[in-house]
Design a protein around this ligand. Sequence first.
Ligand code: ADP
Ligand code: K
Length: 444
Amino acid sequence: MSLFNKEIETMPLDKLRSLQNKNLKDKVEQLYAKVPFYKQLFDSNGIAPKDIQTVHDLYKIPFTKKNALRDNYPFGLFTVPKNEVARLHCSSGTTGKPIVVGYTWHDLEIFSEVVARSLAAAGCKPSMLLQNAYGYGLFTGGLGLHYGAEKLGMTVLPISGGGTEKQLMLMRDFESDAICCTPSYALTLAEEIRKQGIDPSSIKLKYAILGAEPWTEGIRTDVEKGLRLSASNIYGLSEIMGPGVSSEDFEEKGTGSYIWEDHFYPEIVDKDTGEPLPYGSQGVLTFTTLTKEAMPLLRFWTNDITSLSYEKSNKRTHIKMAPIAGRADDMLIIRGVNLFHTQVEAILEFIPELSLNYQLIVSRTGTMDEVEVCAEVDRNLHEAIQKEQDVPLQNDRFQKALQLLKKKIKDDIGLSMKITLMMPESIPRSDGGKLNRIIDKRKG
Ligand code: ADP
Ligand code: K
């Protein structure tokens, strides 16, 4: 099947645009009338709702950034009174108060619809059993995947994140067909299966739907090999809806994730100037919600860095986004060079002596910023070498890998980094949620 809503997912672009434009006009009028923040934004910038006729007029509207949600905490951006809100979620604010988002019943319907489309795109079918290892609670992941899977007609195991032993037991006993979690937690599960010597054929998983943090092709390979399944990306954020804003098709893996653009209109803009960028250019992703009722947002600045393209899509007409390189606010600036941890990850993928378990440690001596890459060596090779050598990390093969990593980082990224080889299992793993790959010691 793979397409959950064929009519919408394959709608000709001109028809899709008309639908978007019609909904956009309604949304703008509604926001102007009901949300003081937007009325003020329009008035103070000399924009009237009638100035926004099509998605091509969006550039006239200033961005809505995260601070707008903080300033209007908790319900100031809602278009409806609290008693008309069916559900509230929060996303982890970095400081103090969280970001609050609200959904009407209709919003929850749409949330389920886009997640159902995403699961179908990832290969899931009605009647399959989904082990939902996304966190349940204020985080949008758990409940978001849950209702989407039910809408598709799947059976849901609401196990939530963590509890690896139990995950592995129920996965085998219930013969789960699919699992959703963070990519780093999928790696944890794969590693445990190996370590415990669990017979891989006792695991029936066919599909993994992974998201909530950036990941690269190397991780996909490790997860797919370790769990013997097909792993696809799912992307989203609370402010716009939650997971299911975009998703990969399992038969078109590696060509980007379809954005369900009948509901979420994307733009890519320059991270410094905010200027709209053409398809293919990398910049900050923004979304305008076209159908959301409780808390619609115009040109919401996600801070996520990616690019958009129509070219490679074939099954569906909707636009695709490239994998997220990172969040603009997680981007390290080291001696004038911009750095995302995914860039180091993408290099590690091609060095078989090294695993994808790594951490970047950023520190400052005097005025110089330094990055140290702590890279765990490949476990199998380490085991093999250990039989002949007391200090396997000193082995030539590992030392050559270290030099290669150093050189590739210098060539590809333009930075000299200190490389420290680490023993297998010495770097922290995901215990159920997102994994922090960067330790910034400059922040005290
Ligand atoms: P929180 O902020 O509490 O972690 P959110 O779910 O709102 O909760 O986080 C959304 C953010 O997570 C996105 O803006 C993006 O940075 C990241 N994210 C979500 N899915 C993916 C994905 N598939 N790939 C890369 N990053 C992702
Ligand atoms: K590798």
